[in-house]
Every structure is written in C-alpha cells, then in structure tokens.
Design a protein around this ligand. Structure first.
Ligand code: MOS
Length: 679
C-alpha cells in the first residue's frame, strides 16, 4: 500500500473526540459574551389568528419586549418563516409572536410568562385528509422533482394482473431532536454581525442573515454541532431573533430554543398517507407499480415531501405511476428530516412488497431479486453502480435469512412470538459545488480550509484522511479548518452529500498544490459538478430485522437488526459504521416509537418533549450491526464515495414492520407499531 492510498478507509477516531469528551469543545450557546442578554421566544398559543397587542408587565425585569408592533423591519428572505415579528398574522401554534430580552435567562423566561397577548382567534384546520377539497398537486416536490410520473397503462395492467396488492400506509409527524437544541448568540460591532449558531451550513446562514438585515459583513461561527438531521440546514428563527434583539438592545443576545419549542420551530417530518398498488404475474414479476402520497404543508410555505420519488428508482415494471398531493394546514411548516422522502416512502413500498410476497408465497428477498432493473426504471439512464442484489444476497447470508418459514405466527419462545423481516434501502449519491483552500505551512504541515460543518458525524476527520491521501502525507500533518462562514464556501451538510462535495474540492485543491508546488491552492468544483449526470447515482442496501413480540402484553423488541450496504468507497470504517447504525436506530424509532400526537382542537402536538415523544433508548437496541460491500465507482467523484448519512433510516422501519407481521400475523399499516395495534 502506498502513502497515496493509506488514509482513506482507515478507522481513524474523530479528531475532536478528546475535546468533546473533556467538555472543552464549544457549541454555539457556549460562546459567552461580555454584557450578554438573553432572549426568550414567546410562542403563539393559537394556531390561527391576529395578534392585536402585547401587554408587558412593567414589574417584570425585561430589557425589551419585541413584537410586530415595535420590531424593526426586516428584508424578506426566501423562507417566510424568517420574517419574525413582522406581521400580526399567526399561522401556527408555537410561532414566535414576541421575544422577551432580559439580563438573565431566568428573568427573560419569567417576563415572558407574565406577558399578556391580545389575540383575535380565527378558525383552523390541523388534520391531513385525502378527501379535503383543498388537496392539490404541487408543481414539483423536493428538491425539484416532477410531482407526478407515469409510464404504460397502470389501471389496465392492474386489472389484468393475476396477483395484486392495494394497501394504504400512514406515517405520523416525526420530530427532529438533535442532542444540541438550536441556539444562536449574535453580536453587532457597528454594521458587522458576528453569529455563533448551530447549523448545517454556515455560509448559507450568513447569506440569509445578510439579506434579512441588509448588511454585507456577517460572520457565522459553527465550530461544533450536536446533530441536525436537516433541521439545521437553513437559518431558523432563533438566528434572526438573536440578531434582531442584539440590534435593538445594543448588547450581544443569546436565543437558545428550549426542547419544547423545537417541536414547532425547527421543522418536522410531515405525516404521510400512501396508497400503493402492485400487480405481478404468478412468478412474482411486477407488471405495475403505483405509489400515491399525500402530505401536508403550512399556510406560510410550500414544503413538498418527495415521498414517492424513491419508487421511481427501485424496481422494474412496464406500467408505473407515482404522484404527490399536498394540503395546506394551520400547522408548522414541515421540513427536512433525515432521508426526507425516502424514509417514509420506503415504508409504503417495501411493506407493500412484503404483502405481495405473502400473496405469492415467495421469499421477500427473491421477490426483489426478480424485479431488479438494469437501468433507471423510468428514464433508462444507466446506473454508475448498483449492487442492490449483492446487498440482498450477502445481507441474507450474514443475517441467516435463508430457510426461513415464510408463514407468519409460527415461531414461539415462551411468551414471545418471533419473526424476521427485510426491506431494501437506497439513497441518491449527490455532490454539490464547494471550494477548498490548502496551504503548505512549510513546517511539514498543511492547512486545509473549507466552510464545511461537522454535525458530530466525523466530517473533520474524513477530510483529513482525504487530504492526506491527496497530498501523500500522513493524516497527522493535516490541519483542518471548518465551521466558519469566512472560509472558502462549502455546500450544506445535508442530502448525505457533505463528504463527496467537500472531499472533492479538498482533493482537487491538494492535487493542484502538488502540481504547482506553490504555497497555496484554491479549487472550486462548480464546473466539474455541473457536468455530472443527475440520474443513476444511488447507494443501495438491505435491512434485516428479527423481532420478539410478547403474546400477553404485545411488547415489541427488536432482537436483531442488520444492514448490508453498497455505498461506494467507505472513507472511514469507524465513523461510517456509526452513521449506518445511527440511521438504523432512528429507523427503529420510526417503526416503533416516534409519533407526534396531534390535538386537532389545539392545533398542536401534545407530546412535545422527550418525556412523551419516545425515541429508542440504549435498552431498545439489542443486537445491531452494519457491513458493506467493497464497491468501486469511479464515475462519482475522485474518492469514489457515496453518501452514508441517511440510507440507514431508509428501509429499516419497513424491515421491522415486516418482521412484526411475520411474528404475529398482524399487518400494522399505521405507524408506529405500538402494542395496542398488535393485540
Ligand atoms: Mo438531511 S434531511 O439531508 O440534513
């Protein structure tokens, strides 16, 4: 092995690990400023209405009470949710209607509690329904796909198919809960704005704040981030509110969202209703696939979850149709949450396939193998690499799948029914333009600078590995600078595209430095990425689950969960495994635990804290593992990598639900699979 290939793939520990475990790594809310004040967000108590007035209690110890009656005017951003305190219109419960600023957090909260809001309440609607007269088809779904697609004659093919499935699956509202809640500290020095903010895209947040406040110099510092899952992909209201309050009070201001506020303010996964119709011949070869998805958006902003888009890529069938419908509700705007589209959509598709396998008395792995496409099923574009069938076979081998009795409710161990299930997984391999700078420090070391963010996933670490190989030096000689909007501009840490996008720019900058032998090189990948074909680039995987269901109580335990992936070159075996497992555990939460429980009368998710919104705890995770094939794909980027941050949550919920059916004979089609739905 040469120095040029030594670092990539190694299980290097996170570079910032010692700082994190010793508590010296600084997160946004820890950049304490001199004379700092604290802002407390006052949420709307109603889902729809007009705010007439805000009456502050003069005895409360507030420096300022900001609301639309006195807040300075802001320029419009792309995201109307950032027009905070700009209008009397209330569009959802939990929307910020005022910000109380005080010298301590406690004083701000106290003053907020005694604030009186004079509100005209208007009628509201909070429930997603397919038969609502205002349901409509959006022009496109995220992030720009056509809302509908079709080929052949689905209705005729279904009418003629000897075996059909017609099922409706629903997924509930799911809430982003990164360990570190959203937080901002903002400080003005004249017209220069400095912001310490927890986000996935410092240069994006800086650009948005520059627009909103009409200034040129905004510096966003995002050194360490405790998770995001998409909820920190763009500036959230806390960033604008902190900067606004700092402008008005002339003091640095912190706005850190309490956990409860995050359920309405930072974006959640929309509930979905999905109807899937499949037609097959008696050998299990699909003739028709239809996937129709309904989801909600808000009155403020159209967010169209791309629930059925993944179905366009998975299986061959001559007759096919996908579609999306939206309904605007008086509810918070749904947003990005780990594998938006793929995660809910693959629940519908992969559970429906399991139901088809049941009807055909065919092994579910074999059913998928029989419907493997050779090119993109809807466009004919070749895949740069597709090793789905290899994942199915190798995963089944490793899990011990073969020889399984396909009939449900056959295996029992004392009080426990035991079952196994599987599902496919996929995620697009994307890259976005970024710029990197590398400097020869002349002491044997190299500084690599790029405005990327490390959400805790190991981005900093893999960039050092990529740079080391590109420069032909050990990783110990690389110094990585990220997490700052003044560094060369990088794309968002989202869409599982960070490593590919930033690693590409870093590789090219390092190569250029070696070529020129200079002291510094800068490389922008915009032109290279513009030349890439958009279709035919995906990571694939297969998820296998074993569950035990208590015959008396209905308690569901996931006794084994396994994922086998083909995701290009794996850049760091340790951090990649952690990403895969994290996604699978989140998938377990989606299958069994997580649900925003709506009170339609209040227009609110009533379980808005981690006491009542359940996520998997350590005790829920028994035996879990991930493995990957050694996949080579030289058409993607210089590293040959595909994204891995999201694929773990795609398919793992369906594998668990299919195992629950196999254990009990009960098809839970409305997530999550709680014990009351089993008994
Ligand atoms: Mo992720 S939802 O692409 O940040």
């Amino acid at each position: 092995m040469t120095a040029a290939t030594r670092a990539i793939g190694a299980p290097l520990a996170r570079l910032e690990g010692p700082e994190k475990v010793s508590g010296t790594a600084k997160y946004a809310a820890e950049y304490r400023q001199e004379n700092m004040a604290y802002g407390w967000v006052v949420p709307s108590p109603v889902p729809h209405g007009r705010l007439r007035a805000v009456l502050a209690d003069p005895s409360a110890d507030a420096i300022a009470v900001l609301w639309h009656g006195n807040a300075p005017e802001l320029a419009a951003a792309d995201d109307p949710e950032l027009a905070v305190l700009q209008s009397d219109r209330i569009s959802y419960r939990g929307q910020p209607v005022a910000l109380v600023v005080a010298g301590t957090l406690e004083a701000a909260r106290r003053a907020a509690q005694v604030l009186q809001l004079d509100i005209e309440t208007l009628p509201h609607e909070a429930v997603l329904r397919t038969d609502h007269p205002e349901v409509y088809t959006p022009d496109t779904v995220n992030p720009g796909f056509p809302a509908e697609s079709s080929a052949g004659d689905v209705d005729r093919a279904l009418a003629e198919a000897p075996v059909t499935v017609d099922v409706t699956y629903t997924t509930p509202a799911l809430h982003n809960n990164p360990m570190e809640p959203h937080a901002t500290i903002a400080r003005w020095d004249g017209d220069d704005l400095t912001v310490y903010d927890s986000n996935q895209h410092p240069s994006g947040v800086a650009a948005t704040l520059a627009t909103v406040f009409g200034v040129d110099r905004v510096h966003v510092v995002t050194e360490h981030v405790g998770g995001g899952f998409g909820s920190k992909g763009t500036a959230r209201p806390n960033a604008v509110l902190a900067a606004l309050a700092a402008r008005v009070t002339g003091r640095p201001v912190q706005v850190a969202l309490p956990r409860q506020a995050m359920f309405s303010l930072v974006g959640h996964r929309t509930p979905t209703i999905q109807r899937i119709r499949l037609g097959a011949d008696t050998d299990g070869v699909l003739t028709a696939i239809e996937h129709q998805a309904w989801s909600q958006t808000s009155r403020l902003y159209e967010f169209a979850e791309q629930t059925a888009v993944t179905t366009r890529h998975m299986y061959a069938a001559p007759h096919r149709r996908t579609g999306h419908r939206l309904l605007r509700l008086d509810m918070p705007t749904p947003r990005w949450m780990r594998a938006p589209g793929e995660a809910p959509g693959m629940v519908g598709l992969e559970c429906a396939l399991d139901e088809l396998a049941e009807q055909l008395s065919l092994d579910p792995v074999e059913l998928r193998i029989r419907n493997e496409p050779h090119t993109e099923p809807e466009t004919g574009t070749p895949f740069t690499s597709r090793h789905y069938v290899d994942c199915l076979r190798a995963g089944a081998d490793r899990f011990g799948w073969w020889g399984r009795d396909p009939r449900p409710r056959q295996q029992r161990d004392g009080d426990w029914w035991i079952g196994t299930g599987m599902a496919g997984a996929t995620y697009p391999a994307m890259a976005q333009p970024s710029t990197a700078r590398v400097r020869d420090l002349a002491d044997g070391g190299f500084e690599v600078a790029i405005g990327a963010t490390d959400l805790g996933t190991g981005a900093r670490t893999i960039l050092s590995q990529i740079a080391a190989d590109a420069l032909g030096v050990p990783t110990g000689r690389i110094r990585i600078r990220i997490g700052d909007s003044t560094l060369p501009q990088a794309s968002v840490a989202g869409g599982s595209s960070g490593s590919a996008s930033w690693g590409w720019a870093v590789t090219e900058a390092c190569r250029e430095l070696r070529r020129t032998g200079g002291a510094e090189a800068v490389f922008d990948t915009t032109d290279l990425i513009a030349k890439q074909e958009k279709e035919g680039r995906h990571a694939f995987g297969a998820h296998f689950a074993e569950v035990r269901v208590d015959a008396v109580t209905g308690e569901i335990r996931v006794s084994r969960l396994f994922g086998m992936y083909a995701a290009g070159r794996i850049l760091n075996a340790r951090t990649a495994r952690s990403q895969f497992l994290g996604g699978m555990i989140m998938g377990m939460g989606m299958a069994l635990h997580e649900e925003g429980v709506l009170d339609p009368a209040l227009g609110e998710w009533i379980n808005h804290d981690l006491a009542e919104y359940h996520i998997p705890a350590h005790a829920d995770v028994e035996s879990i593992d991930a493995a990957w094939l050694d996949e080579h794909d030289d058409q993607l980027n210089p590293m040959g990598s595909k994204g891995i941050g999201e694929i773990g949550i795609v398919g793992s919920p369906a594998a668990i639900l299919n195992a629950v059916w196999h254990a009990t004979g009960v098809r839970v089609r409305d997530l999550p699979a709680r014990l009351d739905k089993i008994l």
